[in-house]
Design a protein around this ligand. Structure first.
Ligand code: AMP
Ligand code: MG
Length: 417
């Protein structure tokens, strides 16, 4: 892997820009080895470890795209109505077994196989039926309204490439091929814990100066959604022996270790020293707000992310840096581009240049105009701002102020997938 420390020093400056940090993280990562077979439903959220090949044509037979009549194009007059004799009906799943001869037609439903002899579908709405005859207006084109065998997928072609993360469409596509099981990468094992003497677990009253642990729950949510196998190691106090034992256990059990807290330069932040002593770890001051300090590297075989302690900073660094790293380790390729779009600001703000700010926003749509307001107090400890928000408002390094109506970038939290 790229030595993050080397990258940080090479850059020769105090702050590491977002793109450089992302590149340094992703550069050295490759998918975990190990795969298993998963039944179609169990493949939801999993990443294909091998291409899925179409075992036959989809659709399997030429079929009708519309309800109407299957006819022979040569029978139809170019400039007048043509009367043809209706000799049968073709339903989806119940084909017409005869042959459509000269001057004949078959009533046909959407999805029904095209009967032998016919080559064109005339939609029902343009025809006129009189008893066993149907009148077809001029202007029909040979081959119209037909779905050809193999049109969606030709037999032997790659239906889904290795590296695809299966969503609803993929499950349906796999099933449409009659495939019951696919090969997927094994789940990523992620160990995570919170650090800090002041951090209390829920279920007991708070002591003086204590705060309840929220980071372990936001991380649980984000990791569980990615389909990781979780090893929740609780809260580890700021004591060297306890931290060392936790890192040892985590590095033996997991592919990835994620911690929160203790990576800045506070007095009780032993965790920094411990990480540096036990592995190859670089400490980054990221040019972002919130979330400035972050550690990245390896302890043993495990990839380590030492996230800041502040609850909003944890979520920002997770989504901006950690999530794509996890997807890469899970085998996802190519990574989906981050969804960014622009919206009109409904707030004003002054900003320090030289760093990227991730504010929490709420989108509003008025007709075709999208605007964004800030979601509550923006302190890096105010988790409510995340809960109330539906997007990050991303202000670039060079931005120094925002006025109402200015265009800003937003990153939505939720997508269709
Ligand atoms: P640190 O980076 O350890 O100095 O922590 C920065 C701030 O985040 C402090 O106010 C901590 O109390 C708070 N913090 C750290 N870890 C957690 C946690 N797991 N849950 C809630 N707040 C935390
Ligand atoms: Mg701490």
């Amino acid at each position: 892997m790229t030595q993050p420390s080397a990258v940080a020093t090479e850059l020769g400056r105090n702050f590491l820009a977002v793109a450089e940090a992302r590149a340094a993280i992703l550069d050295g990562l490759s998918p975990v080895s190990g795969w298993e077979r998963a039944a179609v439903r169990a493949a939801l959220g999993r990443v294909l470890s091998a291409d899925v090949i179409a075992p036959y044509n989809v659709p399997a037979h030429d079929n009708s795209a519309m309800d109407g009549y299957a006819v022979r194009a040569t029978d139809l007059a170019a400039d007048t109505e043509t009367a043809v004799a209706v000799v049968g009906t073709a339903f989806a799943g119940r084909p017409f077994s005869g042959i459509v001869g000269a001057g004949q037609a078959v009533r046909i439903m959407t999805g029904a196989s095209i009967p032998a002899g016919a080559d064109t579908i005339v939609v029902q709405e343009v025809t006129r039926r009189e008893g066993e005859r149907v009148f077809v207006p001029p202007g029909q084109k040979k081959g119209q309204n037909l779905r050809r065998a193999g049109e969606d997928l030709a037999e032997g072609s790659v239906a889904l490439a290795a590296g695809t993360r299966c969503g609803p469409a993929e499950l349906g596509l796999i099933a449409s091929l009659g495939i019951a099981e696919v090969s997927v990468h094994r789940p990523l094992r992620v160990a995570f814990f919170s650090t800090g003497d002041e951090i209390a677990s829920i279920g007991r009253p708070l002591g003086p100066g204590e705060v309840y642990d929220s980071n372990r729950y936001t991380l649980f949510g984000a990791l569980a959604r990615l389909g990781c196998e979780l090893l929740d190691m609780g809260v580890v106090p700021d004591r060297p022996e306890a931290l060392e034992a936790a890192f040892r256990e985590a590095s033996e059990a997991a592919d990835v270790i994620i911690t929160s807290g203790g990576v800045s330069v506070g007095e009780a932040d032993f965790i920094r020293d411990m990480m540096a002593r036990m592995g190859e770890v670089a400490f980054w001051k990221l040019a972002i707000k919130p979330g400035r300090p972050m550690a990245f590297g390896r302890i043993g075989k495990a990839v380590l992310f030492g996230l800041p302690g502040n609850p909003v900073a944890v979520m920002v660094t997770f989504y901006q840096f950690v999530q794509d790293a996890l997807l890469t380790l899970m085998g996802v390729s190519p990574l989906p581009p981050a969804a960014h779009f622009s919206a009109g600001a409904r707030f004003s703000l002054r900003k320090q240049p030289g760093r990227v700010e991730y504010l929490r926003g709420r989108l509003q749509r008025d007709g075709s105009t999208l605007s964004v307001a800030l979601a509550g107090a923006q302190g890096s400890g105010v988790l409510r701002s995340m809960a109330e928000a539906d997007c990050f408002v991303v202000l670039g390094e060079d931005c120094t102020q925002v006025q109402p109506g200015d265009t800003v970038y937003v990153q939505p939290f939720h997508g269709l997938l």
